[in-house]
Design a protein around this ligand. Structure first.
Ligand SMILES: Cc1ncc(COP(=O)(O)O)c(C=O)c1O
Length: 435
C-alpha cells in the first residue's frame, strides 16, 4: 500500500516546488510529524509556519468536531454567528484603530484584499514592497513578492516597486555592515518617487521579513516607513502572516514595534493549521471602502468552520500563556544555537525574535560568502536524522535556516533538535571537505 501511494504521488500530482521527500506523511501531532515508514520527525517549521499551538491541539480538534456538527460552510452572503464572534475577538487582539476584519482563507488572499482596499480608498495603484518579501502566489500578492520565483508567468500587476530590504548582515545596497542605518529605505523611497506615475496606493511589508531570511528591521524603521507613507498618501500594510498571535512573544508585531499600519493581514498563525486568514482595518478605511463599493466575495469568505478554529487558537494562546512561552523557549533555542555558532565558523549570523529565528550559513565569516551547498546537504542530513527544517536559499541572498517550532515546544525537544543539527553540521562539513 505504501509503495502504491508513493507511486500515485509521483504519477498523479503536480509538482509544485519546495522540498520533495521520498516518503509520504501520515500524522502530525504536537511538534512531530510521522511518515509512512513510521519515522517520527521533529517539526521545526510548525507545518508551513501555521501550527503555533502544535499540530492537532485538542482545542482545535474539538472546534472542528463541534463545527462539523453545527455548520461547516454557508452561502457567502450569510454571516455565521461564529464569524461575528471571531471578528470581535480579533478586534481585541489588534492595536486600535484596527478593528474590522474580512475572513478569508489564505495569506495570499488576505494580501489581495488588503491591496484592493488600499487601491480603492486611495484611488492609486502603485505599491512598494520590500526586497526579500513573500506575500503569496496569487496575482497581486505574487507581484509584490521578491523572495519567490517570478520568472515565467508573464506580467504581474503594474506599478509595483521594490524597496531594498534592511538586511544588516548582507546589505542589499552594499552600504552597511552589521548595523542598518536605513540608507536602503531612503534610497528606495527616492527611487520609488522617481518611478511613480503619480498614483501611489500602498507599501506592504512583513514586520520580520521571513522568507527573505528572517530579517529584523532596525529600531525606528517602521516609524519612518509609516511617515513616508503618510507623506505620499499611501497606506501601510503589515503582512503579519507569521508574526501575529504569539510567535514573537506579542499579540502582533505592530504592538511590538509600536507602529499601527492602516491595514493588517493575518493568516497562517490564526488558523492553527486550517485555512483561515483575515484582512483587518479601521472603521474609517472600512467605511470609505464600503462607500466605494468594496467587494471580495469568494466561495469560502466568512466560513464558519475555520472561524471556530480561529477562536480556539486565540483561546489556546491565552490559556496556555504561549506568548510568554515563545519568549522563554525562543531565548533558550537562541542560546543553544549560539553555542553551535561558537563551534562552527560556518554559522555566520543568528537573528530573529521570539520563536522565529534565522541561522545564516557562510563559507567564512569575513567574506560572508553564502554557503548554499552546506545548507542543502545539512538540511537533508537533518531530515534523515529526524529534524525538519526549512532552508531559504536564493542566489541573490544567503542560505538561512528558518527555525520556527510550535510555541508549545519543550526544552527537551529543543535539545533534541539542536543535537541533530550539531551532528548533521559536523557530518556535512566532513563530507564536503572530502576530496
Ligand atoms: C509573510 C507571508 N505572507 C503571505 C504568505 C502567503 O500565504 P499563503 O501561502 O497562505 O497564501 C506567506 C506564505 O508563506 C507568508 O510567509
Amino acid at each position: 500500500m505504501t509503495e502504491d501511494l508513493r507511486q500515485a504521488a509521483r504519477e498523479c500530482l503536480i509538482r509544485y516546488g519546495g522540498d520533495s521527500f521520498d516518503t509520504l506523511f501520515v500524522t502530525a501531532k504536537g511538534a512531530h510529524v510521522t511518515d509512512d515508514e513510521g519515522r517520527e520527525i521533529l517539526d521545526f517549521t510548525s507545518g508551513q509556519m501555521c501550527a503555533t499551538v502544535g499540530h492537532g491541539h485538542p482545542a482545535v480538534v474539538a472546534a472542528i468536531e463541534k463545527s462539523a456538527r453545527t455548520a461547516i460552510h454557508m452561502f457567502s452572503g450569510m454571516i455565521p454567528d461564529v464569524v461575528a464572534e471571531l471578528g470581535r475577538r480579533l478586534a481585541d487582539w489588534v492595536p486600535r484603530p484596527l478593528k474590522r476584519s474580512l475572513f478569508v482563507n489564505t495569506g495570499s488572499e488576505s494580501n489581495e484584499a488588503a491591496l484592493r482596499i488600499a487601491k480603492l480608498c486611495t484611488g492609486g495603484y502603485e505599491v512598494a514592497a520590500m526586497g526579500g518579501s513573500w506575500h503569496g502566489v496569487t496575482g497581486a500578492a505574487s507581484t509584490v513578492s521578491y523572495a519567490s520565483d517570478r520568472r515565467g508567468y508573464g506580467p504581474g500587476m503594474p506599478g509595483v516597486f521594490p524597496i531594498p530590504e534592511p538586511n544588516a548582515y548582507r546589505c542589499p545596497i552594499e552600504h552597511c555592515r552589521d548595523g542598518c542605518d536605513m540608507t536602503c529605505l531612503r534610497v528606495g523611497l527616492r527611487q520609488f518617487d522617481m518611478h511613480s506615475a503619480g498614483a501611489p496606493a500602498a507599501v506592504i511589508a512583513e514586520p520580520v521579513i521571513s522568507a527573505g531570511g528572517i530579517i529584523v528591521p532596525p529600531e525606528g524603521y517602521f516609524e519612518r516607513l509609516k511617515a513616508a507613507c503618510a507623506e505620499r498618501g499611501m497606506m501601510l500594510i503589515f503582512d503579519e502572516a507569521q508574526t501575529a498571535f504569539g510567535r514573537l512573544g506579542h499579540r502582533t508585531a505592530a504592538e511590538q514595534v509600536g507602529v499601527t499600519p492602516d491595514i493588517m493581514s493575518v493568516s497562517k498563525t490564526l488558523g492553527g493549521g486550517v485555512p483561515l486568514a483575515a484582512t483587518v482595518t479601521s472603521d474609517a478605511i472600512e467605511e470609505k471602502a464600503h462607500e466605494r463599493g468594496f467587494s471580495y466575495y469568494t466561495s469560502h469568505v466568512s466560513d464558519p468552520l475555520p472561524a471556530a478554529v480561529g477562536l480556539a487558537v486565540l483561546d489556546t494562546i491565552e490559556r496556555e500563556s504561549l506568548m510568554a512561552r515563545a519568549v522563554e523557549m525562543g531565548g533558550y533555542l537562541r542560546h543553544r544555537l549560539e553555542g553551535l555558532q561558537q563551534r562552527y565558523e560556518a554559522i555566520g549570523d543568528i537573528r530573529g525574535r521570539g520563536l522565529l529565528l534565522g541561522v545564516e550559513l557562510v563559507k567564512d565569516r569575513e567574506s560572508r560568502e553564502p554557503h548554499h551547498t552546506l545548507g542543502a546537504v545539512t538540511t537533508a542530513r537533518c531530515f534523515e536524522l529526524g529534524l525538519s527544517m526549512n532552508i531559504r536559499r536564493r542566489p541573490e541572498r544567503g542560505s538561512v535556516w528558518r527555525i520556527a517550532p510550535p510555541l508549545t515546544v519543550t526544552r527537551e525537544e529543543i535539545d533534541q533538535g539542536v543535537e541533530i543539527l550539531d551532528r548533521a553540521l559536523n557530518e556535512s562539513l566532513d563530507e564536503l571537505a572530502r576530496p
